[in-house]
Design a protein around this ligand. Structure first.
Ligand code: URA
Length: 254
């Protein structure tokens, strides 16, 4: 897992490169030139390892540290949990499902209603959370909703065109009828939003006359729930972290 990888001993040249001192090759040259010390001792052997948490590394007498990398994980949220890190009334909240003691400062990016299940991203990076939630980032979220009755294409077209809600028009959203269940007069609808207003999916579907009876989010931007059963969490892998950080970096350029 990405975060575990950060804290195990690593090759000194990799440590130097990760800390931004020089490229991997440039770091090797610094080592062989005798300019790198670990705990005060010159280390010039290229396979040498360093523990970023306990060893003090210097280059030409200047201490070098790894920037603390933020933690990112996804939770497959079960129903019945509030999206909050504590609750004064003692209700169940998502904090009890994620390793917040191990990763202090972990918090959810946005929220899911207590009865909504599915993908909830957590991070220790407040900056990233702000960017990912900003409407101008257009991060897509896909939901699977079970609704009362069977929406007609005409009704779904109202959502596709940008339906009016009580707090203003929703952006046009992709929506499709996945399955109609005649036996209990419900149906399953897939809907993709790029904004995240309170109870938005429920309000959009209620506005076309189909109350949501069950709601699940299965994607958040490039992230999915693969390998993550209900109630479980997993770290993002390096590729996923890079894709999240690319969205954040794009936002900062604007
Ligand atoms: N829209 C809703 O209505 N509820 C959620 O939990 C998420 C999106």
């Amino acid at each position: 897992m990405a975060s575990e990888e950060r804290i195990v001993p690593m090759r000194l040249q990799r440590f130097l490169a990760r800390a931004g001192v020089a490229s991997r090759r440039g770091s090797e040259k610094l080592m062989t030139a005798g300019r790198v010390r670990v705990n005060g001792v010159v280390v010039s052997e290229l396979g040498s390892k360093v523990d970023p948490l306990t060893d003090t590394v210097t280059v030409d007498g200047q201490e070098v540290r790894l920037a603390e990398r933020p933690t990112y994980l996804v939770l497959n949220k079960p129903a019945g949990y509030l999206t909050t890190m504590s609750d004064p009334h003692g209700r169940r909240c998502v904090a009890s499902l994620v390793p917040c003691n191990k990763y202090p400062g972990l918090f959810p990016v946005g929220r899911l209603d207590a009865d909504t299940t599915g993908l909830l991203l957590f991070t220790t990076n407040g900056d990233a959370a702000q960017q990912l939630l900003h409407p101008s980032r257009h991060v897509s979220k896909h939901y699977v909703a079970t609704v009362e009755g069977v929406p007609t294409q005409h009704e779904l077209d109202r959502i596709r065109g940008g339906i009016m809600l009580d707090d203003g028009p929703a952006q046009p959203a992709e929506v499709e009828l996945v399955q109609a269940k005649a036996q209990n007069n419900t149906s399953v609808v897939g809907i993709t939003l790029k904004e995240g207003r309170k109870h938005q999916v429920k309000r959009m579907l209620a506005a076309i006359g189909h109350n949501v009876v069950k709601l699940h989010r299965d994607t958040f931007g490039p992230l999915g729930l693969k390998g993550c059963k209900e109630g479980a969490w997993r770290m993002l892998d390096e590729r996923e972290v890079a894709s999240i950080e690319a969205i954040v970096a794009l936002g900062k350029q604007r």
